[in-house]
Write a protein that binds this ligand. Structure first.
Ligand code: FAD
Length: 385
């Protein structure tokens, strides 16, 4: 490393994607510093913490992160009719999202990375052989020099926008609250125009006696979440609201850049998110794996130009771009369906033979948009024939 530099790599953001990239780059022998704007990774909370079994197993997460196993969920029609969709084995887990973030950061620290909290990266400047981060550390301004940077700020951070990421993106917005419940709570998904165009609501079991109640929708997500909660309280399904999580935008579809000279973007900041559900933990981790690999090669070759980093874009898009594009198209298709059509589709879903298609192994949790689109088209044809 050039002796006037502070690190080889500056990772900006200590969410799952940044922490994973930091762990791998440190394990590859590079000196890594992670900058986190907030005082602790994982806080404030915003996420439900659902990951597929595939993701959980692949990243060898410890079982201490699991709050609940998900085998099935209850899909509610616009009129509130239920259809339990599931399999006879675990599909996914509800994880304690704070513990997940801390686990991933700890892996990075154990591999040798340094974590610097309460420090916002305000801007980047490029020099011939390094990059300069302008930091705001509790009101005092400092500079930090590194050979390259991993941008892992999540979606919509002002730094990312200034650098040209997240421009002209379509987004949906998610928000949720921790509520009191009594007894066992199943995962339930709520559909229909009450949740806005293309929107849906949920209840997901959380810690004992608590559930997360939230919505994902294009506009007025906070108001729609309030209505969702009020309705469930009216039905005596849930009790008091314990805390309301931060509302967050989620990018939809494939668009925009993912590398600059000496900069590589991972996670939500480069749209590594499923447009159907808004789930981004697994895709962000897969993106971080690809980024760490390509960046390590570029550091080794001492060529950190955007051209040298471009194979990263090809690599991550090869893994998930078609799923993201199909998921986006599926979202657009379902956004057009009136409640009457959704109600009819839901009725068909209650026929065991039809439901079996949905619950067969051909629709993996993270790679579902192709078969699900065929399924929605099949139901539409059945109804309109
Ligand atoms: C309501 C809701 C529910 C969700 N539920 C799920 C779910 O169940 N399963 C799932 O897979 N996904 C879910 N998601 C999506 C998931 O939360 C994101 O995809 C995931 O957190 C993205 O990880 P990330 O590391 O890219 O970014 P983030 O987790 O957003 O982390 C980015 C970090 O960067 C920091 N940062 C930002 N700017 C700067 C800066 N300039 N300097 C320093 N630090 C900075 C932030 O403080 C933050 O800690 C949900 C999202 C929402 C809104």
């Amino acid at each position: 490393m050039l002796n006037y530099l502070d690190a080889d790599i500056a990772v900006i953001g200590a969410g799952p994607s940044g922490a994973r990239a930091a762990a791998l780059l440190s394990a590859n022998g590079y000196k890594v510093s992670i900058f986190e704007r907030d005082s602790q990774p994982g806080i404030p909370l915003h996420c439900t913490g659902i990951v597929s079994k595939e993701c959980f197993d692949f990243y060898k997460f410890p079982s201490s992160l699991i709050l609940h196993e998900i085998q099935s969920f209850n899909l509610r029609s616009p009129k509130g009719k239920g259809a339990v969709v599931g399999r006879d084995k675990v599909q996914a887990y509800v994880l304690d999202r704070l513990k997940l973030d801390l686990h991933l950061v700890n892996l990075a620290l154990e591999a040798g990375a340094r974590l610097i909290t309460s420090t916002e990266v305000k801007d980047l400047e490029w020099s011939e052989d390094h990059i300069v981060l302008n930091l705001n550390k509790n009101g005092s301004f400092e500079k930090f020099r590194a050979r390259a940077s991993v941008l892992a700020t999540g979606y919509g951070a002002s730094l990312a926008r200034r650098l040209g990421f997240n421009r002209k993106m379509e987004v949906i917005s998610g928000c949720q609250a921790l509520v009191e419940t009594s007894g066992d709570q199943q995962v339930e998904i709520f559909t229909g125009k009450n949740y806005g165009k293309g929107g849906f609501g949920w209840i997901v079991p959380h810690t004992k006696g608590h559930a997360l109640c939230g919505v994902l929708t294009h506009k007025h997500s906070y108001k729609i979440m309030e209505n969702h909660i009020k309705q469930l309280q009216k039905e005596s399904r849930i009790g008091k609201v314990r805390s309301i999580y931060r509302t967050r935008p989620i990018p939809l579809g494939i668009n925009g850049i993912s590398v600059l000279d000496r900069v590589i973007g991972v996670g939500d900041v480069v749209n590594q998110v499923k447009p159907t559900t808004g789930g981004g933990i697994y895709y962000g981790l897969l993106g971080a794996d690809a980024a760490a690999d390509i960046l390590s090669n570029a550091l080794e070759a001492n060529d950190l130009s955007a051209i040298a980093l471009a194979p990263y874009e090809k690599r991550w898009k090869g893994i998930m771009a078609s799923e993201i594009a199909n998921g986006y198209n599926l979202r657009k298709l379902t956004e057009q369906l009136p409640d009457s059509m959704l109600e009819k589709m839901h009725k068909l879903l209650r026929i065991p033979g039809v439901k079996k298609i949905l619950t067969s192994g051909s629709m993996p949790f993270d790679w579902h948009s192709g078969p699900l689109t065929k399924f929605v088209n099949l139901l539409s044809r059945q109804i309109t024939q």
